[in-house]
Design a protein around this ligand. Structure first.
Ligand code: FAD
Length: 482
């Protein structure tokens, strides 16, 4: 049997591509190594709690956002409910405390009230991020600058820069190595369209897209690992795959007209393609760096955190040792006891992740695979426990009394993400979006092999992966009409 489309991986990029292609009549096969679809967009259950693996907030879903069009096209809004997040984020660093709304006009007002002498810089910041695409076009051909350089050029007050960088971890770990253009488009979308959470957790969205593929004549196979992309005459023509875990089976071969890799591009180069093609692809991505990973403490509370003194949906706590933006990267790379973090309190919205009385929250920080990969199993477990306790101690400092109300917690590291997504280094946003990156053109490998994931030009996050999947499908549909 031959498929029109074979997709390797069921992250949002793979699912979106598969859903669109299945809708347009293509016979789709999607193969996923995990036991559920979604990649980073999944949930897991412990006791009474449904833990959201990743999503804090997804930007946009306003009129201008392309995701609104994509979700309408795929019928997502009929079956999946999105909840608006009440504020963009609350920021605290021991010296200042401020809540940033999603509405840019209100945000400008609050920031200007707090930093009247920086009015010009605040306006320049919002002019940049709200007109990001236009600004990026205007700067075409010029050397790109970093976000950190831009902030230094418009604002003097270091705390104000830190406040604006509160949610930097949504994209990267260091203001001086993230492209201003990339950041501006993504941050601008949060300010233009607000933030959204999927009611019941992002698994609802992933399950919907997976079911949509099967309802439109496709097939989704879970717990099967793709081990090879088969090529003939410089074309991708099929895959080899085998069942794993309790589905362990012999390797099978299946052929398809077009192959889409949702799997990380470095893995396509290093493990999936035959050597000569893999080496050629590797040369194209050699200079690209892996993006950041994240550590999460998943917490189930006996009561609703909002009844325990928690006041915000997301609170970014910067360690007070961070005095300037230049200290951010060192803090991320430093000891966990000083590491900045965010606390997401899902009880602030009707998230439907547990019973009426209880609630779910997560503590999240930047994380590096190198902090974990050399440890043996026991050392790894012990360190996870220690780091979990460190972050819970920090949460207790933020919201006194909350620690006693914890019913369950569990730590997921960059190693956990690598295990469930196979992403190298547990990267959650694909390649780092540095100003020097050369993902400006589509990364091409061999004919009939396409990429749809956070690892493509558009970058990571829910939006990046969804756009990349949809655009990949459109490319294939155009090609097949020729
Ligand atoms: C803790 C955390 C918090 C986050 N918070 C946010 C947030 O608030 N907002 C936001 O927008 N984004 C957030 N993200 C990022 C976002 O979730 C990801 O960037 C995005 O979902 C990545 O999608 P993807 O399509 O690239 O695939 P991935 O999610 O990386 O999934 C790839 C899939 O391919 C499968 N696969 C890989 N290789 C193979 C193979 N050989 N055979 C079979 N299957 C294979 C994997 O098992 C996996 O399911 C967060 C992520 C994490 C982990």
């Amino acid at each position: 049997m031959k498929y029109d489309i074979i997709i390797i991986g069921s992250g949002l990029g793979g699912l979106t591509a598969g859903a669109k292609l299945a809708k347009e009549g293509k016979k789709v096969l999607l193969v996923e190594q995990h036991d559920r679809p979604g990649g980073c967009a999944t949930t897991f259950k412990r006791k009474d709690f449904t833990f959201e693996v990743g999503l804090h907030e997804m930007d946009g879903l306003d009129r201008r956002d392309m995701k609104s069009k994509i979700f309408r096209d795929l019928g997502v809004f009929d079956k999946v409910q999105f909840l608006k997040v009440p504020e963009f984020y609350h920021f605290t660093n021991g010296r200042c405390e401020i809540t940033i709304p999603h509405d840019p006009e209100k945000a400008i007002e609050i920031l200007t009230d707090n930093f009247p002498e920086e009015e010009k810089g605040i306006n320049a910041y919002f002019d940049q991020i709200l007109n990001a695409r236009k600004k990026a076009k205007e700067s075409e051909g010029k050397a790109e600058i970093s976000l950190g350089e831009f902030l230094d050029s418009i604002i003097s007050n270091e705390d104000l820069k830190l406040i604006l960088l509160g949610n930097l971890g949504y994209f990267h770990d260091d203001p001086f190595s993230i492209s201003l253009n990339y950041y501006s488009v993504a941050q601008g979308s949060y300010f233009q369209g607000g933030g959204n959470f999927v009611k019941g957790g992002s698994q609802k969205l992933s399950d919907y897209l997976s079911d949509y593929i099967t309802q439109n004549g496709g097939k989704v196979i879970l717990k099967h690992l793709v081990t090879e992309i088969i090529t003939e005459n410089n074309k991708a023509v099929g895959i080899k795959y085998k069942g794993i875990g309790n589905k362990a089976s012999e390797t099978e071969t299946i052929y398809g007209e077009e192959i889409i890799a949702n799997a990380a591009i470095p893995n396509v180069a290093n493990t999936l393609l035959p050597r000569e093609h893999g080496e050629r692809l590797q040369q194209k991505i050699d200079k690209l760096e892996l993006g950041a990973s994240l550590l999460t403490v998943y917490i189930g509370f006996k009561k609703r955190a909002k009844d325990l003194g928690s006041r915000y949906y997301s609170t970014f706590v910067f360690d007070d040792s961070i005095k300037t933006q230049a200290d951010i990267k060192d803090n991320n790379k430093g000891d966990f006891k000083d590491r900045s973090f965010t606390f997401i309190d899902y009880s602030q919205i009707d998230a439907a992740l547990t019973t009426e009385e209880k609630s779910v929250g997560v503590i999240c920080s930047i994380d590096y695979y190198s902090d974990w990969d050399k440890l043996n199993e026991e050392e790894y477990k012990a360190k996870k426990k220690k780091v979990g306790d460190v972050f819970i101690g920090k949460l207790e400092k933020l919201i006194p009394g909350i620690k006693d109300q914890i019913e369950y917690y569990e730590v997921g590291t960059s190693k956990t993400i690598a295990r469930y997504t196979l992403n190298p280094g547990g990267a959650v946003y694909g390649f780092a979006q540095t100003p020097q990156r050369i993902i400006s053109d589509k990364i091409q490998s061999i004919d009939n092999l396409h990429f749809a994931s956070a690892w493509t030009k558009i970058g990571g996050g829910f939006s990046g992966a969804i756009f990349s999947g949809y655009l990949c499908a459109i490319d294939i549909l155009r090609k097949s009409r020729k």
